[in-house]
Design a protein around this ligand. Sequence first.
Ligand code: BJ8
Length: 419
Amino acid sequence: MADYRELWSKLGIDLEKHDKLCAVLPELYGGVYLTQKNRPEGMNYFNLVVAEVHGLRIQELDDYKAQGGKVVGTFCVFVPDEVILAAKAIGVGLCSGSQFWVEDGEKVLPRNLCPLIKALMGAKVGGTCPYFQSCDMLIGETTCDGKKKAWEILNDYVPVHVMELPQMKREKNCKAWEEEIKEFISKMEELTENKVTVESLRQGIKTANAKRRALKRLYNLRKYKPSPISGLDVLLISQIAFYDDPDRFVEKLNELCDELDERVKKGVDEGKKRIMITGTPMALPNWKLHSIIEGLNAQVVVEETCTGTRYFENEVCEEGETIDDLVKNLADRYMKINCACFTPNTGRIDDIIKYVDEYHVDGVIDFNLSFCHTYAVEHKDVEKVLKEKDIPLIQIETDYSTEDSGQIKTRVEAFLEMI
Ligand code: BJ8
């Protein structure tokens, strides 16, 4: 890898601490990913993106900023990428999935909080994430209480614009979300000094839809028996989708899917158990559960999570004559995302049932990041409906540490034997 120390130093990175992070990632990646057998050739691009996670992409962001461009960070799939693209800014997903950042996060946040929030906070306050350091503004949202309050602290480090996400889906709530999107457009225009026009917004919608379509194509391929790609590889691709250049990502993902089309024709089913994961998101580099499941010779074939189907299901309608028309289209699509921060959230249960059939799922694992109350409470509904359908289910509640990996492995092993 090229030497990016000068760039990191310019971004205000704590180089000594950052070196420690750079030392653990290749080992973790090598152990989890490069030991997989018979990976598609098309994964080479995604290997490169991970190898250069704090290098090439950061250089691209820096070059863009040098020409006057702006970079904004996001933390939730409700924040419309289309608006960021239309304002000619670059958006990067900043949810953090490493235990490395948790310690610094706990210096400013309570320990009994979701690891995703502690890690994203730690990445910023410890000055060890070049993506955070590249951002001119962060976009928060009022989803769960932990994140909502974390923005107040983050705002001391970098400007944060918070979008008020409704927690119900009545007509008046959808209208309110339209207003939030309009305010977000103004905010982005102010930041970038670029006017969002009907054409630029339509183009943003087309770009985001192309990404959704490519991910959907990948997921559709997993419906075959056997799935032509591991769950681990798909998880990685989904995680990369949040920060890679969207056009390049779509091109590379479609190339990979062309290769997978060929694999499907030659696939021989070995009868591996097919697992759905539902629940909380898995931010990079959280590969813990997938790695345990697939290490036990089962296969993850679908994730009903925000690093899975919730990110790409439903396209935004590209038709419309005015900004208001397009904003309405955006609101319509985004309000179809079924996150547990909504009440009621019956759409998520419908999705789970639908995916069980579509992906020929043998068993479901409800993945709950510790202290994420909304998803933990919703487990009862998931359990009820899967019991009715006679689909085996277990709940795994965990964080980013590896301390409980042995225990989780034992539970997953018993689950796989039972189904
Ligand atoms: S749309 S799931 S990305 S809010 S941070 S809620 S895990 S306690 S991430 Fe999320 Fe948007 Fe919903 Fe998806 Fe729980 Fe942790 Fe909160 Fe979390």
